[in-house]
Design a protein around this ligand. Structure first.
Ligand code: RTP
Ligand code: MG
Length: 139
């Protein structure tokens, strides 16, 4: 995986509220090219594995329940400095702390239901992209 790619999920709350189009529009307008994308639903095992780093945190069970309760949009995005620039575009984990104009400020409800995921490193972007997509599904 090149270092100019990141992985994102539009989380179940964003899909439930009909925000897929608006969020993808904002992502595209911010200069990210979609190189892979699908609507999918994670199983409990999938979510436990994807968020394994948080398995000892008090919110882990709620996080797994939330991330599996409905479909998500999984996507791989390409742009110079993709990981850092996408984290800036989505804003702080808690939308109350997120900057004006960020995706979480615009579309998220709370620290636990915060509309969108963004990889936090190039290494995790590659791992998370491979978790959801085969090489033939990335363009
Ligand atoms: P993400 O991994 O989804 O992009 O979010 P993040 O880096 O901004 O935040 P992280 O610390 O990795 O937390 C992962 C997700 O767990 C939920 N969370 N709930 N109730 C809480 O205190 C709490 N803290 C985190 C959120 O869905 C968060 O995005
Ligand atoms: Mg994270």
């Amino acid at each position: 995986m090149a270092t100019n790619r990141t992985f994102t999920m539009l989380k179940p709350d964003a899909v439930e509220k009909g925000h897929i189009g608006a969020i993808l529009e904002k992502i595209s307008a911010s200069g990210f090219r979609i190189v892979a994308m699908k609507l999918t639903q994670m199983t409990t095992k999938d979510a436990q594995a994807f968020y394994a780093i948080h398995s000892e945190r008090p919110f882990f069970a709620d996080l797994v329940e939330y991330m599996t309760r409905g479909p998500i949009v999984a996507a791989v995005l390409e742009k110079d400095n993709a990981v850092e620039d996408f984290r800036t575009l989505i804003g702080a984990t808690n939308p109350a702390d997120a900057a004006e104009g960020t995706i979480r400020k615009m579309f998220a409800e709370s620290i636990s239901e915060n509309a969108v995921h963004g990889s936090d490193s190039d290494e995790n972007a590659a791992i998370e992209s491979a978790f959801h997509f085969s090489g033939r599904e990335m363009f």
